[in-house]
Design a protein around this ligand. Structure first.
Ligand code: C2E
Ligand code: MG
Ligand code: MG
Ligand code: MG
Length: 283
């Protein structure tokens, strides 16, 4: 089960493929049905590790199982964005993320840990986005600092005033921020410095070939030193081998997420992993 991260099942919906209009309308209808019935949607957790092999966080990744197959989020999130269903889907994610956070409170006691939610641009632009997050955090009595929102560079640089004011009010309530897929967008150093950010997530497209592509290696080193300059944490996504991890450590990137450690896991498997780690640390 742990190996099954719900990626490969529905082969004909590969992310690269541009779904046809009728496929998209079909998908939109099915996704609406899934939300109506609250059926087939689940958040998986992919653990994040320090260089000392301690779990320091998890990213929540949505899974949609439709008629026995997983539809990749890279396929259905854009459909949800275009159709406006992203509002309902985003609400579903926030609610379920906070419920998961509440359920992990005991396991996470006395441990530095962030639970990261992916936020899509239209979802973030909602007038009451910050209030929705506060409301769910409060209702589930989540500790400050637990919830981290993953934003993309593109979202950060459009409508700057709205971005900054939302981030500041969320930050005041103890929400953390990371930039997802960092390096693939266009944010400037000066601008990054002015935002209340905590973490840069180095995009996996640079991490993957870091050992064979000198350009990627330079980019990773540059991102890490940029993060240090801005006093931000930096984490590498898509870490699949020990050799890549060792390169990252040599480049002073000390947080990792990727298949080397774990695929995204259903909640129960994630809890079991935390439990195993706790025993390992105590022994
Ligand atoms: P992302 O946020 O950049 O998430 C990282 C993606 O890389 C995930 O794909 C994860 O399963 C995959 N991954 C993790 N480790 C490795 C590795 O070592 N090697 C490789 N090749 N891949 C790895 P996934 O789960 O298919 O999600 C794809 C994208 O869909 C996410 O990219 C994110 O942009 C979006 N997404 C996922 N869940 C949500 C959600 O709840 N809300 C929103 N708005 N978007 C989401
Ligand atoms: Mg992400
Ligand atoms: Mg990413
Ligand atoms: Mg991505």
């Amino acid at each position: 089960r742990a190996k099954d991260d719900g990626r490969n099942t529905l082969r004909f919906f590969v992310p690269e493929m541009q779904a046809s209009l009728s496929q998209r309308m079909d998908m939109e209808r099915q996704l609406r049905g899934a939300l109506d019935a609250d059926e087939g949607l689940e958040l998986y957790l992919q653990p994040q590790y320090t260089d000392e092999e301690a779990i320091c966080g998890a990213e929540l990744l949505i899974r949609w199982q439709y008629e026995g197959s997983f539809v990749p989020p890279d396929v259905f999130i854009p459909v949800a964005e275009d159709s406006g269903l992203i509002y309902r889907l985003g609400d579903w994610v926030i609610e379920n993320a906070c419920r998961i956070g509440a359920g992990l409170k005991d396991e996470l006691r006395d441990r530095e840990f962030s639970l990261a939610i992916n936020v899509s641009p239209r979802q973030f632009r909602q007038k009451n986005f910050s209030e929705k997050i506060f409301e769910a955090m409060e209702r589930h009595e989540l500790p400050r600092g637990l919830i981290e929102l993953e934003l993309t560079e593109g979202l950060l640089i459009e409508d700057v005033d709205d971005t900054v004011s939302k981030m500041l009010s969320l930050r005041e309530q103890g929400v953390r921020f990371s930039i997802d897929d960092f390096g693939t967008g266009y944010s400037s150093l000066r601008y990054l410095k002015s935002l209340p950010l905590d973490t840069l997530k180095v995009d996996q497209s640079f991490v993957r070939d870091v050992l064979t592509d000198p350009g990627d290696a330079s980019i990773v080193r540059a991102i890490v030193s940029m993060a240090r300059t801005l006093e931000l944490e930096v984490i590498a996504e898509g870490v699949e081998t020990k050799e890549v991890r060792d390169f990252l450590i040599s480049a002073n990137c000390l947080r990792f997420q990727g298949y080397l450690y774990s695929r995204p896991l259903p909640l129960d498997d994630f809890k079991a992993l935390l439990e195993t780690e706790r025993e390992r640390v105590i022994v």
